[in-house]
Design a protein around this ligand. Structure first.
Ligand SMILES: [Zn+2]
Length: 287
């Protein structure tokens, strides 16, 4: 018997605490730890009616203003395999910024960066004029399978109904689907774009290590490049028919910026790109 097992056995023999009292607590902890959605803790004020009498007003400590922003959660649709595609909405400002990570499932660091931005949205970092909508994981089936494409083998970033969409392709990993918007992941993004028409779009990809843009997004790419130190790459050197950038930036002339992350570890990528994203939001709000 290992030392640990022996210690547990001896604890169970000698402990006066009944197991029935411990197990529910352990189960509760386990369920809490595995929760998926980052729902905020419900405040005491909105909790179900307490049985204990309210504390006298004089005993309540003065409140410091909270920086926390209560986000709205939105499910945009389901993937081929039935996973939810979720967005988190911060603020209610008139200028909307939509940010997309995980369009390609084999670029998981883009999802990490988008989530890092989400947890850093607060009253200090979110300009009041903005609504910021973050979709950290457009293609969760691809993320789980570590594939660029979705579960139908379609490259979501070649499946958008841009004027340039075309059915021919050179590499299997860039298969554009049988027709534009054929994929549920694409349609989920389109539904969000229709419900919350953006004034600025940010897409996250990897791993060319440069700042790319479509349409009038160039000045915004420059703002980020000044902070993250990435070189500008107006052209990626290959065509991207049916991409989100061409649909929004070129067809609709909405400034669209793409961070092509470097091939580095996620903590370095967050360290160099989170300040760049926050600077972009501040800059865009002031325009
Ligand atoms: Zn990509």
């Amino acid at each position: 018997m290992t030392g640990f097992a022996s210690a547990v056995r001896s604890f169970l023999k000698t402990s006066a605490v009944p197991l029935a009292g411990i197990l529910p607590a352990l189960l509760f902890l386990s369920v809490s730890a595995s929760g998926q959605a980052p729902h905020p803790v419900q405040s005491a004020a909105s909790a179900p009616a307490p049985t204990a009498p309210a504390a006298p007003a004089a005993a309540v400590a003065p409140k410091t203003p909270s920086k926390f922003i209560e986000p709205k959660y939105l499910t945009l649709g389901k993937t081929v395999k039935g996973r939810d595609i979720n967005a988190t909405i911060y603020g209610t400002g008139a200028k909307r910024v939509l940010i997309f990570g995980g369009i390609h499932g084999d670029e998981p660091h883009t999802t990490v960066l988008a989530r890092a931005l989400a947890v850093n949205m607060n009253r200090d970092t979110l300009p009041p004029d903005l609504t910021v909508i973050i979709v950290p994981d457009v293609n969760p089936d691809g993320l789980m399978a570590a594939t660029r494409v979705n579960a139908n083998g379609v490259d979501i970033n070649r499946n958008f109904p841009s004027k340039t969409w075309r059915s021919d392709y050179t590499e299997q990993k860039r298969y554009p689907g049988t027709q534009p918007s054929s994929e549920p992941e694409t349609r989920a993004v389109l539904a969000l774009l229709e419900r919350y028409p953006p004034h600025l779009v940010v897409t996250l990809h990897a791993a060319l290590g440069c700042m790319n843009w479509d349409g009038p997004g160039g000045p915004f790419a420059q703002v980020m490049a000044d902070i993250n130190g990435y070189p500008l790459c107006g052209s990626l050197g290959y065509e991207t028919p049916g991409s989100l950038g061409l649909l929004m930036g070129i067809d609709k002339q909405i400034p669209t910026v793409t961070i092509e992350l470097r091939a580095k570890n996620p903590s370095d990528l967050v360290q160099e790109n989170l300040p760049a994203l926050l600077a972009l939001l501040k800059h865009f709000a002031a325009k």
